[in-house]
Design a protein around this ligand. Sequence first.
Ligand SMILES: O=C(O)C1=C[C@@H](OP(=O)(O)O)[C@@H](O)[C@H](O)C1
Ligand SMILES: C=C(OP(=O)(O)O)C(=O)O
Length: 435
Amino acid sequence: MNDSITLQAHQSPLNGTLRVPGDKSISHRSIMFGAMAKGHTTVNGFLLGDDCLSTISCFQKLGVDIQVNGTTVAINSNGIKNWKEPIDILDTGNSGTTTRLMLGILAGSHIHSVLVGDESIAKRPMKRVIEPLRLMGAQISGRSGGQFTPLAVQGSQLSAIDYTMPVASAQVKSAILLAGVQANGVTTVRESEVSRDHTERMLRQFGVGIKAENGVIQVQGGQTLRGTHVEVPGDISSAAFFLVAGAIAKESSIRLEHVGLNPTRTGIIDVLQQMGAQMEIEVNDTKHEEPIGSVTIKSSHLKGIEIGGDLIPRLIDEIPVIALLATQAHGTTVIKNAEELKVKETDRITAVVEELKKLGADIEATDDGMIIKGPVTLSGGKLQSYGDHRIGMMGAIASVVSTHSIEIEHASCISVSYPNFFEHLRIVSSFETLR
Ligand SMILES: O=C(O)C1=C[C@@H](OP(=O)(O)O)[C@@H](O)[C@H](O)C1
Ligand SMILES: C=C(OP(=O)(O)O)C(=O)O
């Protein structure tokens, strides 16, 4: 597919106000929980990205009535027990979240289904979800003993487990909790590093009793979800690209409004603060389950830092753009404990290092992250996206400081999480304001 995009070297100030599209993690869950619930659910600010559209199409194949009107979605369901068995495969596209959370949901249902995704999904590890689900009694088979898609799920009555997570993963945690809501008994999930907690927050919103304290989450099985209203904040993972752009471009100021500021997701803000970025944060909405606010960032003199430990799950998807940020910081930035990057849409350690090197960055891969030395003047060139939206956007943002134009190959993959990304990049580079 020839869908490359060339960005002229910008090197001028960036200015403007943006409202980034809805949070991807929350958008997925709003559809899943609305489909599981009895009654009517409305969603505001839904992300019309390819991944979330895959989630909608899977539930429509299960017979759930889902109406999309712009970024508002209405879901009418009689609960899981009334889903119909699909005669077609459920296509989860490029979405790890859809694939893994649906495994947990479908394992406890009454139906048979087959989950298939794209080439990237076929390489991503599913054993981490299948293993705990099988301990609950799930009947799942797939390639290599159920490690990879396509995966066939024969729904059955599940039993609760007490499970200690071997990896910090909100997808694994959520799959177990969503199976747990349907199981006999109390399911306990223990995490040593806290991962995003949207599932816990949203289950509460749907009327489910759930306890979460000090990394121990417990849910009693047999509870019924009740339809509700979900307000989706802007995605901080999308905002991250413009936070970095504003910090590294000269004489710039970018304001991002209506962004989700859930503390399990704001590692990027911690990193920018530790690097010395000029930033203002206002939390202006705490009436919904998820805190929402505005972040303004200005061109900054940045210094290299060490990023690792329990900060990693709080910024895992932002690491590609953080690596770009580090190329413009004074000193050395070390990113460690981030081996999970190897099993995302692509191996993001290799992809980031290879592509930033093409622009002249001083960056080297390590077993669990990367080491970046800065500041370095970035050149231009032809970059690969590897079909990975976050790698594509990292390359595009590099053009705000590069000396020559940057071509991004297969840039259409960016619509997985940020369909109007290039429009927003144009807005901040030409002083317009979007409301
Ligand atoms: O639960 C979620 O919505 C997500 C969890 C993270 O994945 P892991 O659970 O694999 O860390 C993240 O990388 C992904 O983009 C979305
Ligand atoms: C890893 C990501 O998503 P998923 O796991 O849902 O494919 C991402 O959006 O960066």
